[in-house]
Design a protein around this ligand. Structure first.
Ligand code: MG
Length: 261
């Protein structure tokens, strides 16, 4: 191949990669993660598409949401194991649709619907919590379904995974190269998480009160530190002083007000 031609092709390839990187790095530059979307101030239902859209409108870095699994293997967005009183694991998706709607008139969102709403923008990340299920088999089936949906929708750049289930977390780490996975349950020290391939730890603020060195240890290990669920101003102040990477809150507006001071 002609040497100049080769160099020109190489330059185009490098600039293309740089452009792709730049697009991926378009996320809002703040540490605010809206917990189950931004719902409180506008009186929206938690985990609704409306609460996701509100987190996007507020320019949060991330919007967190919870994923459960129906009896007929549909991943749906809901915090509790029941949807407004109806058990999700023993109900079909159609049964949940027929049962009730959210207070704003939305049906229980499927993961597909929720991700499609999130993918309309490139500023707010989607912090996807895979909820523990009753058996390891159901946990694996849900996690596989989530991964397949993320792949089909090409949503990977938007997604950071979190779970209380260590089994779910390690399944994602083993099966999704480059996945950003943080552990929620709080009992594992930072160095161990690093060894296990985690991207970060996302622990209850009380864990860091009990283990005051863990934020520094996590950073020394190259882990990202997220803290939940931080709603009081004094707790926000303390964690900002400790240089945590993200704060997950029901009060994103309050946290933004503090950050502007
Ligand atoms: Mg959650």
């Amino acid at each position: 191949m002609n040497k100049r031609f080769f160099v020109a092709i190489l330059a185009i390839m490098i600039s293309g990669t740089a452009l792709a990187q730049k697009q991926i790095k378009s996320w809002n530059k703040n540490l605010v993660i809206a917990h189950r979307g931004a719902w409180k101030t506008q009186n929206l239902p938690e985990n609704s598409i409306a609460s996701l859209n509100e987190a996007i409108r507020l320019k949060c870095f991330g919007s967190e949401f919870d994923v459960q699994f129906t009896k007929d293997n549909i991943a749906v967005v809901n915090h509790n194991a029941d949807f407004l009183g109806k058990d999700i694991a023993t109900s079909t998706y159609q049964e949940l649709l027929a049962y009730k709607k959210l207070s704003n008139g939305e049906s229980i969102p499927t993961l597909v619907e929720y991700l499609k709403a999130g993918l309309t923008q490139k500023k707010t990340k989607l912090i996807l919590e895979i909820k523990p299920q009753k058996t390891p088999e159901r946990e694996e089936a849900l996690t596989k379904a989530v991964i397949a949906t993320v792949n089909e929708l090409k949503a990977a750049p938007w997604i950071e995974y979190i779970s209380f289930s260590h089994y779910i977390c390690t399944y994602v780490i083993a099966n999704v190269p480059g996945a950003r996975v943080s552990y929620l349950n709080g009992e594992i020290e930072p160095a161990k998480l690093k060894e296990q391939g985690f991207y970060g730890l996302d622990y209850n603020q009380n864990v860091f009160k009990k283990n005051p060195d863990w934020i520094k240890q996590a950073h020394a290990a190259g882990l990202i530190v997220n803290v939940w669920t931080v709603n009081a101003e004094k707790d926000m102040s303390r964690l900002l002083e400790q240089n945590v990477d993200y704060i997950t809150t029901n009060e994103p507006e309050l946290l933004f007000t503090k950050l502007k001071k």
